[in-house]
Ligand binder design. Structure first.
Ligand code: SF4
Length: 215
């Protein structure tokens, strides 16, 4: 199998696995851009289950940027306390809401560079928003994505740089519908290619994976 065929094979196998094993999170069904962007901020540096547990209550109370903008910051911090880093997270939500309402007439800017002007919003959140909310083919990397890509394609490189991860992602992602591939990689990295004790014996891409082939 040549290199490109290997990427296609891995893509198809992970998507097949995902269709049978996907995690059912409420934000994956949302088409509301406000909810999609806020959720990516809530998901930073916490476990998805925490966000899932407070998702419905949070968005029932904070229906739009105006609700966050006018909220008492102490109350907002209290409402997201379960996620950790509530002071920092509440400030990001407040700053973002102020920017969207006062500078962009309530419309979320589509340019990631503008979103990144908010202290605390970096590449991951801005590019994940474009992908999950607007179906753009963007690159963003968390620990699950990095671990899977590093093991499957770059096992001999102990410090894989972000450019190398992105090059591999560029080959791995489909031309359209990237959000499904990202959700698949996130779930696959969580359940199969886990940090400790990856389940290589159960892994559908073991015959494609350089880490496993070199064990
Ligand atoms: Fe991860 Fe093992 Fe699968 Fe490779 S074979 S992707 S290391 S679980």
């Amino acid at each position: 199998m040549d290199k490109e065929d290997n990427y296609i094979s891995i893509r198809n196998k992970i998507l097949d696995w995902y269709n049978e094993n996907k995690r059912d999170y409420p934000w994956r069904k949302s088409k509301n851009l406000y909810q999609i962007l806020i959720t990516e901020i809530l998901l930073q540096k916490t476990i998805a289950l925490n966000v899932s547990n407070m998702y419905n209550d949070f968005f029932a109370k904070y229906k739009g940027f105006a609700d966050i903008f006018k909220a008492d910051i102490n109350q907002l911090q209290s409402d997201i306390e379960i996620l950790g880093l509530s002071n920092k997270r509440a400030k990001i939500l407040k700053d973002l809401s102020a920017m969207v309402l006062t500078e962009y007439n309530g419309e979320i800017p589509r340019d990631p560079e503008i979103l990144k002007k908010i202290n605390g919003i970096a590449d991951y959140v801005s590019n994940a928003f474009l992908c999950f909310g607007l179906d753009k083919r963007t690159f963003f990397v968390d620990v699950n994505i990095k671990r899977l890509v590093s093991r499957a394609f770059e096992p001999s490189n102990s410090k894989v740089k972000i450019d190398v991860i992105n090059e591999n992602l560029d080959r791995l992602l489909p031309k359209t519908g990237c959000k499904h591939m990202y959700w698949a990689i996130l779930d696959f990295g969580n359940k199969i290619c886990s940090k400790k004790s990856p389940k290589c014996e159960l892994c559908p891409i073991s015959e494609n994976c350089l880490y496993y082939q070199n064990l």
